[in-house]
Design a protein around this ligand. Sequence first.
Ligand SMILES: Nc1ncnc2c1ncn2[C@@H]1O[C@H](COP(=O)(O)OP(=O)(O)OP(=O)(O)O)[C@@H](O)[C@H]1O
Ligand SMILES: [Mg+2]
Length: 260
Amino acid sequence: MTDDKAGLVIRGLTVAYGRKKIVRSFSLGPVPRGEVLALLGPNAAGKSTLLRGIAGLGSASGQVVFDGVDLARLPRVERAKRIAYMPQSQPPGIRLAVIEAVMSACSGMIGRQAAMREAYDALARLGADELAMLPLSELSGGQRQIVALAQAIVRRPEILMLDEPTSALDLKHQIHVMECTTALARERGTIVIAVLHDVPLALRYADSVAVLKDGSLKVHGRAEEIVTPQLLADVYGIEARVERCSLGRIQIMVDGTLSR
Ligand SMILES: Nc1ncnc2c1ncn2[C@@H]1O[C@H](COP(=O)(O)OP(=O)(O)OP(=O)(O)O)[C@@H](O)[C@H]1O
Ligand SMILES: [Mg+2]
């Protein structure tokens, strides 16, 4: 892409709860359209707070520029059209059928028939079409997480932000969800930002990795260039080896924790 304004650029984003600044002067980018960015970092680093700041929820200052436009200058409804945010935990399910719940995520943007098509398509992509008629309140934790992802996808956002989208999923569903998400990014030119605690999963699927610690960006780059034993020691306080398996994929072997 030759347009140097394409993609996402974040400049000096500070996000606070009341007077407590959690994310401090975070800058990153450009992240090109169609790419998956994994956001890593230890518990309480500020990852969820950062996603909320990018989404325009809560108190934030700085710039979130998408395709050359500062999203803070857009009316709230326009910003919400461009960004979908799947929070880390889902609200308790209600007795609404899954298909209705997924349709309701986009029915304000498109007509009911189109919303139904989008909802079935999203569930099918995620291999969850058999859930369509079940009540949301009767889903397992992993099923609920997949439906929440479908609710984000049907809105066809330009930026899709997923806070720990695989935390409740078994190994097969983790791979399937990451493959679906990557395929969607490529197909629609969506920028995906996914918070992950599973570092090997991030290394396998993300085009680039950003590491957050104590509310500040520690490093952003291609996984194979930045994920080193030293980084894992600095960020997570672990002793680990970074090696390639017989398929050439980067693997992390954790040997222990480092005393602080
Ligand atoms: N609503 C809130 N009010 C005040 N402080 C908050 C609030 N939510 C989070 N925090 C604080 O902000 C800091 C960052 O929290 P955040 O949820 O962004 O971390 P995280 O990196 O997403 O962690 P985790 O991996 O555990 O989900 C923590 O110190 C937390 O206590
Ligand atoms: Mg979090």
